[in-house]
Design a protein around this ligand. Structure first.
Ligand code: CP
Length: 303
């Protein structure tokens, strides 16, 4: 299977997604050991990141490759007014593969259009975060042993949270029942709900998680995305909309797991961390095999 880049989860078929997850598992278990020595990854981050940037860099290092990194745009010629197009045209001469995070929706697609080197979208504004989705699917499969026919709720900022937008698209391929829990002002965008209707995916919208929590296999929590609110007063109204606490988890299913792309602010109480339901730190760890798989596949190093 050949991949040109990873820009949107919607560009991948179910078969391709399952293949990527399978390669990730083979790398994690040592059955496949791709060698990326001699290859260079460039990480271009125009927004803050801990997990995505470090896990890509760690993945590349563990596969024997090298990394050149721009984590602070102010220290590059972008600060002198250089365009994203020109930056990518130059970086393609220094690196074999480019990972980009940028606040503008569509930026990863523009970057990919500027180069023949593979580009991976590490988050473009409120739009998409496809590699997070792939590691989310990997995590769900680890937790539940399957991806099909699960009951999955997403809670928090469903309007601006790019991870839940990508994850909704991906789960629609696996006939999951979806529950969207948010304040009225942060509901899942209409175009995503329309898409679910067209695909005949069962979903419902809620404000109170306690009404549905006992039915769920997965609760996917998200941070309220302060940086994307045009009006800070609107953020202040919803910033503590949900705090998942042990008291909410009294009658959950045995296999129930809580995920979160992280970073968390206050949406999951730390008293949940020690329960068998907390799975968010494991989830962050699965970023390594999944991103190792993506780098290896895009560089043509998987046999
Ligand atoms: N999950 C995620 O994208 O985390 P970072 O913002 O730390 O990369």
């Amino acid at each position: 299977m050949k991949f040109q880049g990873i820009i949107s989860i919607n560009d991948l078929s179910k078969k391709e997604i399952l293949y990527i997850l399978d390669v990730a598992k083979k790398i994690e278990t040592g059955k496949t050991k791709p060698d990326l020595s001699g290859k260079v990854l460039s990480t271009l981050f125009f927004e803050p990141s801990t997990r995505t940037r470090f896990s890509f860099e760690s993945a590349m290092n563990r596969l024997g490759g090298r990394v050149i990194s721009m984590a602070e745009p102010k220290a590059s010629s972008l600060a002198k007014g250089e365009s994203l197009h020109d930056t990518v045209k130059v970086i393609e001469r220094y690196a074999d593969i480019i990972v980009i995070r940028h606040p503008q929706e569509g930026s990863a697609r523009w970057a990919a259009d500027s180069t023949k080197k593979p580009v991976i979208n590490a988050g473009d504004g409120a739009n998409q975060h496809p590699t997070q989705t792939l590691l989310d699917l990997y995590t769900i499969k680890k937790a539940q042993g399957k991806l099909n026919n699960l009951k999955v709720a997403m809670i928090g900022d469903l309007k601006y949270g790019r991870t839940v937008h990508s994850l909704t698209s991906a789960l629609s391929l696996f006939n999951c029942q979806l529950f969207f829990v948010s304040p009225e002002s942060l509901k899942m965008p209409e175009h995503i709900l329309e898409d679910l209707k067209k695909k005949k995916i069962k979903y419902s919208e809620h404000e109170d998680p306690s009404k549905i929590i006992n039915k769920l296999d997965i609760l996917y929590a998200t941070r309220i995305q302060k940086e994307r609110f045009p009006d800070e007063a609107e953020y202040e109204k919803v910033k503590h909309a949900y705090v998942i606490d042990v008291s909410l988890l009294k009658n959950v299913k045995k296999n129930f797991r809580i995920m979160h792309p992280l970073p968390r602010v206050s949406e999951i109480s730390t008293n949940v961390d020690g329960t068998p339901y907390a799975f968010y730190f494991e989830q962050a760890g699965f970023g390594i095999p999944v991103r190792q798989a993506l780098l290896s596949l895009l560089l043509g190093k998987v046999k």
